[in-house]
Design a protein around this ligand. Structure first.
Ligand code: BGC
Length: 811
């Protein structure tokens, strides 16, 4: 390790322009190298469910893990740290130094488009799970990034929204997970796009204080991609690195600002020193550092599969789960999501997974040689047509499965051509003189009827089939949000009659125009079945089977970055599908495949109800393990699940006159439900395993001195038929206190395991912070003396044990 004096010496070796050059990315995903100080470039990559690497290219696959909501649902820091290790090994395999994860924003509203990418509505759980992921990633010399600092909890107008949060709430709720990540040693913090109290986050005083002063963060503050807009304000603030590059507001403008005394030279030196310190920690500084060999990660798929089961939350079970494979002559597996399980949410977090095991595949593998599995899709949930892939089309030139990608000049002459496997091309090659990108394929429809074809991108889009023009339209770019411009441009659907056995030639073209990105997506969807007939087929299959598993979920139209949802309803036809199947067979398990809450109006009709989240590539294996009883579902809700959107404490994410007021203050998530005396469908913390528990006794100190941590012991007994794991949760409440508090708040938790009949004691540590509040008057943390109720149980709404502890002033 290079010491601080050496960092000073190296910084001093560089002239101002050389220093400033290092502070803006060299490319979209890389920083600049500086041979004069032995610095190689650093590679950064999203994050968080897999490590994509430097390209959006279907040939460069990544191990796709369960979404952040699923990881938080494990309440298992050891497992999450292992997952972090897996991300680190993926990073090393792809020569990535910095993983742009974890996302520590909170589930303030269930509508938030990146809900799936964040852990929880609770700052304590978010902080603990986030810190575990940071430790796991960084144990292997790869740096993690805590993002998006701070109050970037929804997507609507995220580039400009001015969030208003009171100081105490900011400290106790929204900054707290970042503080935990810094305490865990996180090496980068990403400043968000949003404003807070009128100041853009990339120039915000919070980057200096508390981040770099009070918390002692000695790493790099990186801007979110394109978030740094000004020169002087951002350079004078705690921002250290502007991404992406090579353009940006610093460069020559910053050199001039320093020369003219508008930005102190010491500010630039501090940024450079931080960058060199980061490089040193990543093994990127020093003349003779060897290239870092890939880490061995032999049990990758097994770990990803284990994580699926560990995060799956069983909400209700009327003695239906686990299914007994010995008694299943026929199992009906129903729903389009069963066969095309949605494994990840949309946006910068997206990767091309190494594999995708659907729920149907997983169940089939689990029952191979035993029961018969019948799949019926039910009514189509809709959504944009899936990108063309190797199962549907062939390259018209070579006949090989896949598509032909060409770049053409303004006269339509071919400048470049290559075979590709997928119709989702976000980064078609940049070819000098390139004017049009073309994706073409021979389609091989397996069913006849009216197909939906789609093309997405900005600028002039044309789509033709066997020479017949189906679409010729210019889509005007109406957003600067990178997630929409570069990752998920708007789709234009058209329909066409296709006959099974034919091989029509589809040609899709997009003209490139400056400032509109390169992304282009071409997709196709088969004719949707008649909804009534599809429903009847599903009910018939369920009735004829010993049990049914129906999988429903959100589509690409729902949860994605750069947009918030406006409804929590499942796509059309899906609620009716569940009701019809549940009516036809009482042994119906409903699997919900969404990143965040959806309304479940039929929840009392289901035999069992299991949340799968976005489970990642090993979805099917992990869920089959749970359904068939090989492992119990390990998940507990990281966020309160409303029965209806209107009941949720925060139902609006759209700013008013550019401002978004966090008017609920401290009362986020379950705290808001409790305060308004409302009952959700399922409380934060809720989730069942395959055994039962009785909560027998809670013990703890009668008194605790202000500022001290203390320990609570909770005795529980496994009263059910099989060994299991229970997440024992401890909440605090301060009834009658002078200071305003939430009704109660999670202050600690511990998981225990026990065999049938066994009694075990969960030892739950309550950190001193658990009793503290942020005093705005004092500008610091304070502990109020007086009585405190300690509540123990299985969720924010089910706390059978209580204890009183008196908090004494320190002498
Ligand atoms: C997202 C970040 C992401 C970055 C780079 C931004 O649009 O907000 O989370 O890391 O893009 O892809």
């Amino acid at each position: 390790m290079t010491d601080e004096e050496e960092l000073d010496r190296l910084t001093g070796k560089l002239a101002l322009p050389a220093k400033v050059r290092l502070l803006t990315g060299a490319t979209t995903w890389r920083t600049a190298a500086e041979p004069a100080v032995g610095l190689r470039e650093l590679v950064l990559s999203d994050g968080p469910a897999g490590v994509r690497g430097q390209t959006w290219d279907e040939r460069h696959t990544a191990v796709l893990l369960p979404s952040a909501t699923a990881l938080a649902a494990t309440w298992d820091e050891r497992l999450v740290a292992e997952v972090g290790g897996l991300l680190a090994s993926e990073a090393r395999r792809k020569a990535v130094d910095v993983v742009l994860a974890p996302n520590l924003n909170l589930h303030r509203s269930p509508l938030a488009g990146r809900h799936f990418e964040c852990f929880s509505e609770d700052p304590e759980l978010t902080g603990r799970i986030g810190a575990a992921l940071v430790r796991g990633i960084q144990a292997h010399g790869v740096a993690a990034t805590a993002k998006h600092y701070v109050a970037n909890d929804s997507e609507t107008d995220r580039l400009s929204v001015d969030v208003r949060v009171d100081e105490r709430t900011l400290r106790e709720v929204y900054l707290a997970p970042f503080e935990a990540a810094v305490a865990a040693g996180v090496r980068l913090v990403m400043a968000g796009y949003n404003r807070l109290d009128g100041t853009t986050m990339t120039a915000h005083p919070l980057l200096a204080d508390p981040l770099k002063t009070e918390w002692g963060f000695d790493g790099v503050v990186v801007s979110d991609w394109g978030a740094a807009r000004g020169t002087r304000d951002t350079a004078r603030s705690g921002l250290d690195l502007v991404m992406p590059g090579p353009e940006g507001p610093w460069g020559r403008a910053l050199v001039r600002a320093v020369e003219e005394g508008r930005v102190p030279a010491s500010a630039v030196d501090d940024k450079v020193r931080r960058l060199l310190r980061l490089a040193d920690r990543c093994g990127a500084l020093g003349e003779r550092r060897p290239a870092r060999p890939p880490l061995r990660s032999p049990r990758t798929r097994a770990l990803a599969r284990r994580a699926v089961a560990a995060g799956a939350v069983l909400l209700t079970n009327r003695d239906v789960l686990p299914l007994d494979p010995g008694r299943l002559a026929t199992l009906a597996v129903i729903g389009e999501h069963a066969a095309r399980t949605r494994v990840q949410g949309g946006g910068s977090a997206g990767v091309f997974p190494q594999d995708e095991v659907s729920v149907l595949d997983g169940i089939r593998a689990g029952l191979r040689g035993r029961g018969r599995v019948v799949h019926v899709p039910g009514p189509a949930p809709g959504g944009p047509p899936a990108p063309l892939d190797m199962t549907l089309c062939t390259d018209p030139r070579s006949g090989v499965p896949g598509v032909l990608l060409r770049v053409l000049d303004p006269d339509g002459r071919e400048l470049y051509a290559e075979h590709r496997g997928n119709g989702r091309q976000l980064e078609p090659p940049l070819v000098p003189g390139g004017h049009t990108v073309e994706i073409s394929a021979r389609l091989h429809p397996r069913v006849s009827g009216r197909w939906t074809l789609g093309i997405a991108g900005f600028g002039r889009l044309c789509l033709s089939l066997d020479g017949r023009t189906l679409l010729d339209e210019t889509v005007v770019k109406d957003t600067d949000d990178p997630a929409l411009v570069h990752v998920r441009p708007p789709a234009r659907p058209v329909t066409a009659e296709l006959a099974a056995g034919s091989a029509p030639h589809l040609v899709a073209r997009r003209e490139l125009a400056p400032g509109t990105g390169r992304a282009m997506v071409v997709g196709a969807a088969p004719p949707a079945p008649d909804p009534a007939a599809a429903l009847a087929d599903a009910a018939r299959a369920a009735r004829a089977a010993d049990a049914a598993v129906v999988v429903v979920g959100t589509t690409e139209h729902g949860e994605y970055e750069g947009h918030d949802r406006t409804s929590l309803a499942l796509p059309p036809g899906q609620d009716a599908l569940v009701s019809a199947v549940a009516r036809a067979n009482p042994r119906t398990v409903v699997v919900v495949n969404s990143g965040g809450p959806v309304e479940l109006p039929w929840r009392d009709e289901a035999g069992a109800l299991l949340l799968a989240w976005f489970p990642g590539q090993e979805a099917g294996g992990g869920l089959a393990d749970v359904l068939l009883g090989r492992v119990e579902p390990g998940g507990r809700l990281p966020t309160t699940w409303p029965a209806a959107l209107a009941d949720a404490p925060v139902t609006r994410t759209r700013p008013l006159d550019g401002r978004l007021d966090y008017a609920e203050g401290l009362h986020v998530g379950y705290r808001g439900w409790l305060r308004r005396h409302r009952t959700p469908a399922y409380w934060f913390g809720h989730g069942l395993g395959y055994t039962n528990w009785s909560y027998e006794e809670v013990t703890g100190p009668a008194e605790v001195r202000a500022g001290d941590a203390f320990t609570v012991r909770v005795r529980v007994r496994n009263t059910g038929p099989r060994a299991g794991r229970e997440v024992v949760q401890v909440y605090l409440a301060r009834p009658g206190a002078a200071v305003e508090y939430p009704e109660r708040w999670l202050a600690g938790y511990a998981a225990v395991r026990a065999r049938p009949g066994e009694t075990v004691t969960a030892v739950v540590r309550i950190a001193a912070r658990g009793l503290r509040h942020w005093s705005v008057e004092a500008g610091g943390w304070r502990t109020e003396p007086g009585p405190c109720r300690v509540l123990a149980g299985r969720s924010a709404g089910d706390l059978p044990l209580a204890l009183e502890v008196v908090v004494r002033d320190r002498e």
